[in-house]
Design a protein around this ligand. Sequence first.
Ligand SMILES: [Zn+2]
Length: 215
Amino acid sequence: MFETEKKELIEYGIRVFKSGLVQGTGGNLSVRVGENGDMYLITPSGIDYEHVVLDDIVLIDMKGNIVEGKRNPSIEHGMHRAVYEKRRDVNAIIHTHSLYSTALSITKQPLPQIESSVVLMRGQIEVAEYARHGSIELAKNVVEALGDRKAALMANHGLLAADESLAKALKTCISVEHCAHMYILARSVGQVYPISPEKCDELRDYIKTSYGQKK
Ligand SMILES: [Zn+2]
């Protein structure tokens, strides 16, 4: 089932790995599938991204039952499910251990709206409290920190991006990492001045109506 979606998931796993957003088998990806969006495909636990094949991808329903697949799913499958249950607008999730995002998460400081890409993620990127990998507590903390935004930092762990598609979620992962790097550099040379809330609202409205090509 869902061969096209499985292929896409494998392809994006390789992209995440090649982008340097994860090391080894760290991180995981999933995509919502099914007529009612009540299942998701997720990468397997502990298999190198470049070695994952179609049969390694695991199909899980929203109760946590494995519908198809012989491999153990990523240990964070509960975290992915918790986000899908809370956010009907989310169809794809990418979790990475990227360097600057994780470094910032260790200080428990959110990523403020310092640049347009963070503004367009619907607000500053909050930090989910630390909890053990694979725990229900971690899933709850991430859902809370994510709110209705496109990403959340995970304290002492990494980053999660949630979006309409894998392409958009990968873009978000790359943008958060880039902005976390920018923020850490800026903090090292002086005071940081995020964009004011009014200017952020103005930018979001402007982009909604004016950016890009007319269809
Ligand atoms: Zn992780």
